[in-house]
Design a protein around this ligand. Structure first.
Ligand code: NIG
Ligand code: FE
Length: 415
């Protein structure tokens, strides 16, 4: 192997995420070459080949050697469900909800998502970029290397494209990897009041093809709900996505059971997200399709939901569970992925191991990314080092950032 840029991380406890016990290796070393992991194992078993590679690279001054001083090394985190590009605030609605109004009441009165749509339409692309940048930087500072960003606050051709371009620009401006998701079918814009089928026509015939043509769509999502779009309308959007070869995911069974998860699974979709009202039928369909269940404890908490997602049934069916922030101004204004790991344990009674898998391996799978999420050969060298005495310490306390090093594609990201 030719010496290129070589990174050796030594003296760490590695949580490789290769099994349900997190695949822990004590006194571990990790070797990466040109941004890709080559070897992970016990330091005293580092093969000669890699020792030579490190030495050769040191001679060419292209080696980075990190002494982890016993820290925890994990794959860098993935936030696989966010609505990070928005303008305006919904603090007034928060106040209304504290006085008893429900999320649905506010949406039905023309507030909710539509209030963010008004503010987002009024903002220029550059202004939206400036508003989004600190949110993305916050995630990066928490050890997130890959973030999904949805549209859905534009709801017109120009404004959806504007949101997606901002998402791509975030990926260009920061070392963060960005996956874009078109969520044009998020709410009914005022131009189509009382004509939701007409709006779905517009999404399918104009917004989706144009956005896909411009390379702005890595996945397609729909809000399938009484205050969103029906199962039939969702099906039409999914059919159009399939024709373009774009994978689908779904905001499913958040407020009621619409049988959306099973529909998503019938398209071999990447994930169904929220899932408080998920049925046994939906769970079976997801298990058969190999789709990921993305749970969003921030929205559960902020909307003061009381119905828990069917976590034990998902476990029993071996559906992989991911955890994400759902960062958005209405249902989850919480841009803190480690806090979601804490919530997954305290609100959903998930284990710390499930929380870790949920923000690494399973979150990457929810984005269709199989080169990330574990510490193993041929995975991208997206690696975080944490000053934590054990994996569960990450879920136990929050408020102090334990991140000490973040590597994305083998490059150290400065904090
Ligand atoms: O994931 N449920 C639909 N969409 C978002 C909320 C969007 C908003 O309220 O602005 C969600 O919860
Ligand atoms: Fe969402």
């Amino acid at each position: 192997m030719q010496p290129g840029t070589v990174t050796l991380i030594k003296n760490v406890t590695a949580a490789t995420m290769t099994d349900a016990q997190l695949g822990l290796i004590e006194q571990a070393a990790i070797v990466a070459h040109n941004g890709v992991i080559q070897w992970v194992g016990r330091e005293n078993a580092l093969p000669m080949e890699y020792q030579h590679l490190v030495l050769a690279s040191e001679e060419r001054q292209s080696a980075t050697i990190i002494d982890g001083h016993g820290m925890l090394a994990t794959p860098a985190l993935t936030d696989c469900h966010t609505h990070l590009v928005w303008a305006g605030s919904r603090a007034n609605e928060f106040r209304q909800r504290l006085h008893g109004a429900s999320y649905q009441d506010i949406a039905e009165q023309g507030g909710g998502i539509l209030s963010t749509v008004r503010a987002t339409r009024a903002a220029s692309e550059d202004a939206l970029f400036r508003m989004t940048l600190p949110r993305a930087k916050a995630l990066l500072s928490q050890g997130v290397a890959h973030v999904e960003i949805k549209s859905g606050y534009g709801l017109s051709l120009d404004d959806e494209l504007k949101q997606l371009r901002v998402a791509r620009r975030i990926g260009d401006a920061l070392p963060l990897r960005v996956s874009t998701t078109l969520l044009a079918a998020h709410a009914l814009p005022p131009e189509f009041a009382n004509d939701s089928d007409g709006y779905i026509d517009y999404v399918v015939r104009e917004i989706l093809p144009a956005a896909a043509n411009q390379g702005l769509v890595d996945a397609v999502d729909v809000f399938c709900e009484q205050i969103g779009f029906s199962r039939e309308q969702t099906d039409r959007v999914f059919r159009a996505a399939k024709q373009l070869g774009i994978p689908v995911k779904l905001h499913a069974e958040q407020l009621s059971d619409q049988d959306g998860a099973a529909l998503m699974a019938s398209y071999q979709g990447l994930s169904a997200d929220h899932l408080e009202y998920l049925s046994d039928k939906g769970i079976r369909a997801m298990a058969d399709a190999g789709s990921v269940a993305v749970l969003l404890p921030g929205a559960f908490y902020f909307l003061r939901e009381t119905k828990l997602p069917p976590i034990q049934a998902l476990r029993d069916a071996k559906v992989p569970i991911a955890i994400a922030t759902d960062a958005n101004p209405g249902s989850s204004p919480l841009i803190q992925l480690p806090l979601m790991m804490h919530f997954a344990c305290t609100l959903f009674q998930m284990t710390p191991e499930e929380s870790w898998l949920g923000v690494t391996k399973h979150a990457a799978a929810a984005l269709g990314d199989h080169q990330q999420g574990t510490l193993a050969p041929n995975q991208r060298a997206d690696i975080a080092l944490w000053d934590l005495e054990s994996p569960e310490a990450m879920c136990y306390e929050f408020g102090i950032n334990p991140l000490r090093h973040l590597l994305i594609g083998g490059e150290q990201v400065s904090k």
